[in-house]
Ligand binder design. Structure first.
Ligand code: ADP
Length: 334
């Protein structure tokens, strides 16, 4: 497909709102931040970009939002080449960065009006749009107060509202819920889902795998400038062999005895024991439970409880990057 042909501002190749091919970016000092990244984000969907610190997520977002240029490769947003027509791209996208861009000494309403002015909006149309956004995010009552008196969750909503002032077709959200308490996070998730349901395309980077799992139709895991896994969260999880079975034993047993019992069962793999917790993977967790319990019973090993869990995105992440997912914000407190 010739991606260099003149583009119209509809969805790009194959209905893609965002399409990137073979993006390479090297920083001074021979840091290869991107080493051939390709992405395809269907219009109206939420796409999650995951990866450890330094993987290349921000660099990818910067190129797609025209803030940086790739050394090679191409990227289109709504069919428009980000390198050739950055101004057109900027009018179609909203960017909500990690460190909110709002002025905390101004009121909520003033912030949105200022943001509108930056996009050349004004007059009654802008006032209407500001009222609409304030109402939509439940910020109308607070709109006249300066933003530093607002809660973190409200400030984050204002960031998102600012990114939407000019009615973009594609919204980039860089770690939208970092630092929010669980309630504010859930609230923002609901808002993001509503925006998506209304047809907005959203690319989100996140530190929280649960967030990607809940929100994103497709995710890509990026590591050292390359995409190492992509698919729906369920597809990625189903690539891992089987479910996790976790058995809490009533008493500690002789080392290796309980796992040796499970070794013999068909469809059950990788048993391991730690204290009274016996773990294994099973091709079909729910169907294996009766067999596992019967085998343990026959061996005289008492069971307190058993749970079956589908593999999580954390397991997927571990497999593809070789390390557990540790957001820096958590690392700092560990
Ligand atoms: P992420 O967003 O996944 O944490 P980044 O895209 O910020 O990753 O960084 C990718 C790599 O590029 C890292 O090795 C980082 O140190 C490097 N890098 C990012 N920005 C710059 C810059 N302006 N100058 C030099 N190196 C940079």
């Amino acid at each position: 497909m010739n991606l260099d042909r003149p583009q119209h501002a509809g969805a790009g190749p194959g209905g893609a709102a965002i399409n990137a091919v073979d993006l390479v970016k090297t920083y001074p000092g021979d840091v290869r931040a991107l080493d051939g990244i390709g992405l395809n984000v269907e219009a109206g969907t939420i796409f999650g970009l995951l990866g450890p610190n330094g993987a290349g997520k921000s660099t990818t977002v910067k190129i797609l939002t025209t803030l940086s240029r790739a050394d090679s490769g191409t990227a289109h947003v709504m069919g428009v080449d980000v390198a050739r027509q950055p101004d057109r791209v900027r009018r179609m996208i909203g960017l909500v960065g990690q460190h909110g861009a709002v002025d905390s000494e101004a009121t909520g309403r003033e912030n949105l009006i200022l943001q509108g002015h930056l996009y050349g909006m004004g007059g009654a149309a802008l006032r209407r749009r500001v009222d609409e956004l304030l109402a939509r995010f439940g910020l109308t009552d607070a709109a006249g107060r300066i933003v530093k008196t607002w809660s973190g969750g409200m400030q984050r909503k204002l960031d998102v509202a600012s990114g939407l002032i000019h009615q973009p077709r594609v919204l980039f959200l860089d770690e939208p819920t970092t630092g929010l308490d669980p309630e504010a996070r859930a609230d923002l998730w609901a808002e993001v889902q509503r925006l998506s349901a209304e047809g907005l395309t959203i690319l989100l980077t996140t530190h929280y795998l649960e967030e990607a799992d809940r929100l994103a139709g497709q995710v890509a895991i990026i590591d050292r400038g390359k995409i190492v896994a992509r698919g729906t969260p369920d597809e990625l999880k189903s690539e891992l062999r089987g479910d996790a079975i976790v058995v809490e034993l009533r008493d500690s047993v002789r080392d290796g005895h309980a796992s040796a019992v499970l070794e013999l069962l068909d469809g059950v793999h990788d048993p391991s024991i730690s204290g009274r917790t016996l773990r294994a993977r099973a091709d079909d967790g729910a169907r294996s439970v009766p067999t596992v319990l019967a085998a343990l019973d026959a061996a005289g090993i008492g069971v307190a409880s058993v749970t079956v869990a589908r593999p999580s995105l954390d397991d997927v992440y571990l497999r593809h990057t070789g390390r557990a997912y540790r957001p820096e914000s958590q690392e700092a407190t560990r």
